[in-house]
Write a protein that binds this ligand. Structure first.
Ligand SMILES: [Zn+2]
Length: 339
């Protein structure tokens, strides 16, 4: 390991976005000021009559949820994007805008109100993966849709208003900013080297073995070299696959296992139901050759020092660039010890 990276401030390049993160490892040597208290997870009931996601309950628009047994998907009653909005464009000098259409869905991971992915078995999570595959295919086949964003906001600290285990799928006509950056970076690398950016990165990470948390036959869970959030992690398929449809059933299970291992370890870090935003970045569904894409899932957890102390992206991070104290290598070691 390059010890300079553990001792002195430096910038690390995010090869997927082309952006830099400032790392200040000397600051992590400050005495531990946070509390290490054990925060008990609220004891949630398996069914909540006031939850609009629980089976059999009525949603705000009057629709009644079926008595679903594993995964349940419906179109978001308060969608940020709609498929029937009008087309328009604003080109008024420097005032530029364009209409955007899309379809937003909600996916309940389990009928059990009390569970999170960390409490579910890999077999149960595999059903979620199958549902993601089905939605990516169906939405992607829609002429209106050129990109499908699958994500989850977990925990009140992430702005998640309902503890029922669920995620979202927002699909739209154009590529969102983060996807657009990754598309460009991967395409440029693929053109120049004739190989997958993330595939080559993974090979280097496996050889160094400094930031690996877990691996099975098909997946690697690691802290990316350029991680911003203290315990940011990424799940990457070993095979060069551009989207999740390329997973066979066995690989879908191994993917579910990787999610299970990571989320379970997360819950042990501060002895709390670990909040995060997670999302899958994969090839656009624009009908183009997207062979340069190597799909992956990222987890961005906000917690820093305890179940109650979170990292804020303020000050320098708003005006300059993201910054972290604890190095990716230290974070990987901490989580690896909990797997
Ligand atoms: Zn519920």
């Amino acid at each position: 390991m390059n010890t300079d990276l553990q001792d002195y401030s430096h910038k690390r390049l995010n090869i997927l976005t082309g952006e830099w993160v400032l790392v200040s490892p000397h600051r992590a040597k400050r005495p531990w000021q946070g509390q290490n208290e054990a925060v008990s997870n609220e004891n949630r009931p398996t069914y909540d009559e006031n939850c609009y996601l629980c089976p059999g309950n009525t949603r705000v628009n009057g629709e009644v949820n079926p008595e679903y047994e594993d995964v349940f998907i419906f179109t978001n009653d308060f969608a940020a994007l709609q498929s029937d909005s009008p087309d328009f464009e604003v080109n008024d000098g420097l005032l530029i805008a364009k209409s955007e259409k899309g379809i937003c869905k909600v996916i309940c991971f389990s009928p059990d109100h009390s569970k999170s992915l960390a409490d579910m078995t890999p077999e149960e999570i595999q059903k979620v993966v199958f549902a993601w595959q089905k939605e990516y295919k169906e939405l992607g086949d829609n002429d209106l849709i050129n990109y499908v964003q699958i994500f989850e906001n977990k925990g009140a600290v992430m702005g998640c208003s309902n503890p029922h285990p669920h995620g979202q799928i927002w699909s739209q006509s154009t590529l969102p900013n983060e996807v657009d950056k990754k598309n460009t970076q991967q395409l440029n690398y693929f053109k120049k080297n004739g190989s997958s950016l993330l595939g080559d990165y993974l090979a280097q990470e496996l050889e160094k073995s400094e930031r690996i948390i877990f691996e099975n036959d098909a997946f690697v869970v690691l802290i990316p070299f350029w991680a911003i959030w203290p315990f940011e992690a990424m799940i990457v398929p070993k095979a060069h696959q551009s989207n999740i449809l390329e997973l066979n059933d066995e690989e879908a299970f191994l993917y579910a296992e990787a999610i299970s291992v990571l989320t379970k370890a997360y819950d042990k870090i501060f002895n709390t139901s670990f909040p995060y935003s997670s999302g899958i970045h994969q090839a656009p569904t624009n009908g183009e050759d997207n062979g340069h894409w190597h799909w992956h899932m990222s987890f961005y957890p906000p917690l820093l020092r305890s179940a109650t102390v979170k990292k804020f992206m303020v000050g320098y991070e708003m005006f300059g660039s993201p910054q972290r104290d604890i190095t990716a290598e230290k974070a990987a070691q901490m989580i690896r010890d909990l797997v």
